[in-house]
Design a protein around this ligand. Sequence first.
Ligand code: TLP
Length: 344
Amino acid sequence: MIDLRSDTITRPTEEMRKAAYEAEVGDDVYGEDPTVRRLEEKAAEMLGKEAALFVTSGTQGNQIAVLTHCRPGNEILLEADSHIFYYESGAVAALAGVQTRTIKGENGAMNPDDVLAAIRAEDQHFPETGLICIENTHNRAGGAIVPVSNMRDIYQHAQSHHIPVHVDGARLFNAAAAANCSIQEFTQYCDTVQICLSKGLGAPVGSILAGSEEFIKRARKWRKRLGGGLRQVGIIAAPGLVALTKMTERLSEDHENARFLAEALGEVDGLIITNSVDTNIVVLEVCGLGCSADKFVAALKEKGVLAVTFGPTQVRLTTHYDVSRAELEKAVEAIIEVREEIKK
Ligand code: TLP
């Protein structure tokens, strides 16, 4: 199978497996796991923040951020198609007791003026705006990069109202690689950031939440409350360290591969690429074939290619280090065959 469902599906590299095997461990709830400590220190340094926390998943990192920044009854501002709003099972309502106010962005980027206008004034009728969330790269916008200038403008508005900014940076290293800049260009314009080790960076498990010392101290408590305080967890932090230190440099290969897919498929009659293909995601519109995304994805599976539906007639293809150019060439052939069969 050629698996283009997500960059989450990668299996750990040999180096990661070896690092897991050899990891020096201790009880991390006692703060005694040296590998976790190294990972957290390295992540904080790379992200330009005082401290970092190793968490089990991107969702857990985002939820801990919301729980730590907000109080029940707060309102959070976030993009209308953001992962926290769209794909986290309503967790911010269920866990943090906050309400969401969504802002429709363009290519995943909220207009800073819209964000400013949505910040609540002091009034007993209104919820307090507790947090602004930015997603970069933006998944449902097809891996689009939210520009540094956009983050800067939102951050300035937020600061002038004393509202924290959290970045869901599950794929922020993809943004930095594609924009050819340091990740700190982006993270300078947020208070906290969550990055995933288990997406493009290929680790089997884990995310990082970074912010100030004081924030991470409180976040650690929320992680414990959620049952995320783990013990000899160096065994999974070790592959995470490999991900962070060895896998960021190669992300542009995934981006080139996504462009290859987009160019090859963009020429096929009846298929439209709807995203800007900034990074490792290609979104295919199949309505021109008169079929649903479900039908298209099922037919593609018969040909040995896995993709996910991304809307009623949209299909997402994601490149990652476990898929080669040769496999992508085969995937293009399979997609063309499926198109021909559906057209008949
Ligand atoms: N995204 C997954 C699915 O949940 C949709 C994927 O295959 O793309 N933030 C962003 C921007 C994400 O794309 C994801 C995962 C997460 C957070 C959550 O990460 P995990 O899966 O580790 O909880």
